[in-house]
Write a protein that binds this ligand. Structure first.
Ligand SMILES: O=C[C@H](O)COP(=O)(O)O
Length: 320
């Protein structure tokens, strides 16, 4: 997808937002059946795991992040699969990297330095705008976005003000996200709607629509810090909002589930959901990301098992 096809700020269509409803039993049924199905046959699993790696926003968002662990994370993002595992899959010449690394804004400079040292082109994503609660005043949130972009982030993950959704103040939500979009400049905007705080699936659908109308490049489920993070019912609602938005506007918005995605098996289900609901194009890193801090080790283990028939301990595939 070329940049000119990326979403831009659109008018707020309040009539569309306010008339939207979600059929809860239908969504729950569809999510439950999806989970019961075996998503990918064995022979295809290795290819799907590798695809998932390219869609991974390898994340560290911790109070004890340091220059050192960010630097190691960046190395891992540029070399996500152990060389011997790639060799055993006869893929040693495949230059595979994660979709991005994702860090706090104060750590973007560390990631830039690490990328320079590693000769790495892996995009740097920064959470910003008062992550994870979004309770900082808007001017400071916009300054944080600009700071992260100036420091070298090419992707910005913002959080919305949940109270705007809970009070149905769609205009305020639109204005906030559109202001963040402008502050991003050329950086991609990923808007975290924090579904675990929104109360109803109808709110999830409406918040998704408004975030897309305000120019989001991706919509993202969660910060990873809510009590409930990425689930299949909320994902279905967000994915269908993406489809509806595409059908009405012609703009393709990406989807990023995040928070609590730790097993390789789960990531196959996520990829399968994207393929079934939106098609192959939405299983590529320009339209699909998985935000996760500890998924990669399990993917490496599964690839190792695929090749050797044996499971390795997780510590044999360190994150950094
Ligand atoms: O956006 C990414 C999430 O914060 C990561 O959450 P996780 O640590 O549960 O994988």
């Amino acid at each position: 997808m070329v940049d000119s096809q990326r979403n831009v700020i659109q008018p707020l269509d309040l009539a569309w937002v306010e008339s939207s409803r979600v059929n809860l039993p239908a969504v729950q049924r569809r999510a439950a059946t999806h989970l019961k199905r075996r998503s990918v046959k064995k022979d295809w699993q290795a290819a799907w795991f590798l695809r998932a790696v390219t869609c991974l926003d390898l994340t560290t968002l911790s109070g004890d992040d340091t220059e050192t662990n960010v630097s190691r994370l960046c190395f891992k993002a540029n070399n996500p699969i152990r060389q011997d595992v790639l060799e055993s899959l006869q893929l040693k010449d495949l230059k595979i990297t994660t979709g991005a690394v994702c860090v706090y804004s104060s750590r973007v400079k560390d990631a830039v330095t690490a990328n320079k040292n590693n000769h790495s082109q892996v995009p740097i994503a920064s959470v910003a705008a008062g992550f994870p609660d979004g309770q900082t005043p808007l001017p400071q949130r916009l300054d944080e976005i600009k700071y992260a972009v100036e420091a070298g982030a090419s992707e910005i993950d913002i959080v919305i003000t949940r109270s705007y959704v809970l009070s149905g103040n769609w205009q305020a939500l639109y204005d906030e996200v559109a202001a963040c979009k402008k502050a991003c400049g050329n950086a991609l905007l990923k808007t975290i709607i924090a579904t675990g705080h929104l109360g109803t699936l109808t709110n999830v659908y409406k918040a998704s629509l408004v975030s897309m109308m305000a120019g989001s490049t991706f919509i993202k489920t969660s910060t990873g810090k809510e009590a409930v993070n990425a689930t299949f019912p909320v994902a279905l609602v967000m994915i269908r909002a993406i489809r509806d938005f595409y059908q009405r506007t012609g703009y393709k918005v990406g989807f990023k589930p995040a928070g609590g995605i730790r097993s390789a098996k789960d990531c196959l289900s996520w990829l399968a959901l994207m393929k079934e609901e939106l098609g192959d194009e939405w299983t590529q890193p320009n339209l699909f990301r998985i935000g996760a801090s500890s998924l990669l080790g399990d993917i490496e283990r599964q690839l190792y098992h695929f090749q050797t028939g044996r499971y390795a301990a997780l510590y044999q595939f360190p994150m950094s």
